[in-house]
Write a protein that binds this ligand. Sequence first.
Ligand SMILES: NC(=O)c1ccc[n+]([C@@H]2O[C@H](COP(=O)([O-])OP(=O)(O)OC[C@H]3O[C@@H](n4cnc5c(N)ncnc54)[C@H](OP(=O)(O)O)[C@@H]3O)[C@@H](O)[C@H]2O)c1
Length: 265
Amino acid sequence: MILVTGTTGQLGSAILDALTTRGAAPLASNRSGQGGAQRIDFDDPDTVSFVGVDTLVLVSAGEAEDDVVIARHETAIAAAERDGVQHVVYTSLTSAGDHLAFALAHRWTERRLQHSSLSWTVLRNGLYAELFGSLLARSGDSLGSAFGDGALAAVARADLAEAAAAVAMAPSDHVGHNYDLVGEPITAAQVADHLAVPLRTLSLAEQRMALAEAPLKPFQPAMLMSIFTGVRHGFLDGTSDDLRALLGREPADTVAVAAAALPPR
Ligand SMILES: NC(=O)c1ccc[n+]([C@@H]2O[C@H](COP(=O)([O-])OP(=O)(O)OC[C@H]3O[C@@H](n4cnc5c(N)ncnc54)[C@H](OP(=O)(O)O)[C@@H]3O)[C@@H](O)[C@H]2O)c1
């Protein structure tokens, strides 16, 4: 039996759909138990049971401070060991993301799996094309971007979901693998061209000022600024064939996906 966590989230729900499309009958879990799912909240260890689960698709649990995310993942992995789960598929962060402010909790979780009694596969997910688009700013008819000339090896969430489903359907083929799931690098200029609008480059200071006015949680500006500077300065444009290999086809056109995810005017 396959169980997917975080099925109220965009990636978890897409993984569930991809598994169903492939003919599996996965179990869903989320914090509220909505949609007939098993109620599993990693912040409430009493709710965390994986009895009867062979393959756990552990979707990284939300944006929060590192101590909170690490405690959630510890609860999940310890429960998987206790309840006899055979294989854990963990959705991590691309190898090039070590500079990002939220990398540590992912790398901690990878280490925890390596030192566990479980068999595992780590999906080192690239940053979403949808996220790239959402971090561009509409100003009048032009597009504002703090990414400069930098490119991001962006991935469509739907492709990451399909890759996770492919692994979860055949876990024994993927034991102990770290897959780097990134797409072809794209730039803000390509998104602007796609939309036929002019592009205005923002400095990092301008971007930081804009974030200071946004309704964000205390840790979020640092996380987002690490993405802007990482892309701008060429740290997130590396490529890999892992995504194409798991999908068995070309990944989606991420320029179009990013353009469709621009924030509203
Ligand atoms: N690669 C990228 O570009 C990127 C971007 C953003 C985030 N991420 C990471 O990838 C994960 C999945 O992305 P997404 O797009 O699906 O994010 P999302 O839509 O925000 O979903 C996050 C999921 O995590 C669940 N969650 C949060 N706290 C939890 C807890 N204590 N116990 C169990 N589940 C909990 C949420 O449940 P509720 O709905 O109940 O809150 C939600 O289902 C995120 O959680 C984050 O770690 C990756």
